[in-house]
Design a protein around this ligand. Structure first.
Ligand code: GLU
Length: 417
């Protein structure tokens, strides 16, 4: 088990608080804090210049009690077994909070996709999938996009698996292009879920979305769509910062223009002419109603949490707030909607995609969005109801909901041996 101080350790700290509230028995406690399966693979790839590079990849199936493992594949230089294990655990709790019949898994490859050609990325994806092929499948473990992976990468995952088993198997992976078994609305679903969580929080706190101000960290799939959909509710997105720089406009940024600008400028908002530059540090200090971290983990720490002046933090990213920083924010009365609830729209729509693939019958975009709306509101109400019942913060409440659901099924299924 990873020591505290690691990302997995942060997950365990969050888990422990909720498990104590539930008086979880020691045996179930042990099962739920241990990854079921951790796979490490080496992926040798011939690069475009002829040299051979070996990339390390991981797939962790943290818990598969409720159903097949589910979770994205991340390509990033900072990927580690510790990080992937924590992300797989968070997927377990996320699927349980979202009430979809999946366990939790996650994959990652240590690489810098910004420095790789399309051919190299395809070769790496196919080799990685070939290395973990026995562990994945529609009934076993179903990957999806995550940081630096997209629908095209999922198409390669699906094709590699299908070539291996000898027939087209769309339901092995979600987040695919719509033309080959993807679901309408899936690409926008995480951001749509963040928008719903923000809107529900506003109602909970008595804030008006039409007058709300919002700062967003990250302008990838989650940050950009969250900003777009929240702006459509009439709120002002006053600041966005990403890996390269940030932009600020007190009157509200033109998100539609930013959505055109970023892809043409290294996928960054830096240098956008419709506002003034702002640093990542200053974004966290802004007096806004909602702060939405939608980049990577460990962004809100004790270094910057005391300076946060937002009324609410909606976690679009996985693990953006350290446990100490979370406690600090909670004590100061900042309303924090945790990752496993706030960003669960993505996996909920992944569930819809998996269902449609297995059914061979596809829904309209409004059917997907309506079902996503219903699931997100149900999840939000289950968590806020639990927070009220025990007088606890939303993160602890989300863990209580999740752990209770997984523990109940673990007890029902009993021990195999
Ligand atoms: N990578 C996304 C997440 O962290 C989606 C996972 C999925 O759809 O399986 O929730």
């Amino acid at each position: 088990m990873a020591a505290h101080g690691t990302i997995f350790g942060a997950m365990l700290e969050e888990f422990d608080v909720a498990a104590r509230i539930l008086s979880l028995e020691p045996g179930i406690w042990k099962i739920l804090t241990t990854p079921k399966r951790q796979i490490i693979v080496s992926c040798p790839i011939q690069m475009d210049d002829g040299r051979i590079e070996v990339f390390t990849g991981y797939r962790v199936q943290y818990n598969i009690t409720l159903g097949p493992g589910k979770g994205g594949i991340r390509y990033h230089p900072d990927v580690s077994l510790d990080e992937v294990s924590a992300l797989a655990a968070w997927m377990t709790w996320k699927c349980a909070v979202a009430h979809v019949p999946f366990g939790g898994a996650k994959g990652g490859v240590i690489c810098d996709p910004n420095k790789m050609s399309r051919r190299e990325l395809e070769a790496l994806t196919r080799r990685y999938v070939a290395e973990i092929i026995d562990a994945i499948g529609p009934e076993k473990d179903v990957p999806a996009p995550d940081v630096n992976t997209n629908a095209q990468v999922m198409a390669w995952v699906m094709d590699t698996y299908s070539m291996h088993v000898g027939h087209t198997t769309t339901s092995v992976v979600t987040g695919k292009p719509v033309e080959l078994g993807g679901s309408l609305g899936r690409r926008e679903a995480t951001g749509r879920g963040v928008m719903i969580a923000t809107r529900e929080s506003a109602a909970h706190l008595g804030l008006d979305m039409k007058r709300a101000t919002v700062a967003v960290q990250g302008f990838g799939n989650v940050g950009s769509i969250s900003a777009q959909l929240i702006a459509q509710l009439g709120s002002k997105i006053v600041a966005i910062a990403d890996w390269k720089g940030g932009v600020y406009n007190a009157k509200g940024l033109d998100i539609e223009k930013l959505l055109e600008y970023a892809p043409a400028h290294e996928h960054s908002v830096a240098g956008f002419p419709g506002g003034d530059p702002i640093s990542n540090e200053d974004l966290f200090k802004m007096e806004v109603d909602f702060l939405i971290p939608a980049a990577l983990e460990n962004q809100i720490t004790m270094k910057n949490a005391p300076g946060i002046r937002a009324k609410a933090v909606i976690e679009g990213a996985n693990g953006p707030t350290t446990p100490e920083a979370h406690e600090h924010l909670h004590k100061r009365g900042v309303f924090v909607v945790p990752d496993i609830l706030a960003n669960s729209g993505g996996v909920t729509a992944s569930y819809f995609e998996w269902v449609q693939d297995r059914y061979g019958y596809f829904w309209t975009e409004s059917e997907v969005n309506d079902r996503l709306e219903a699931k997100m509101v149900q999840a939000f109400n289950a968590v806020s109801g639990m927070a009220k019942k025990y007088n606890i913060d939303m993160r602890t409440a989300a863990y209580v909901v999740a752990i209770d659901r997984v523990a109940t099924v673990t007890r029902m299924r009993g021990m195999y041996a």
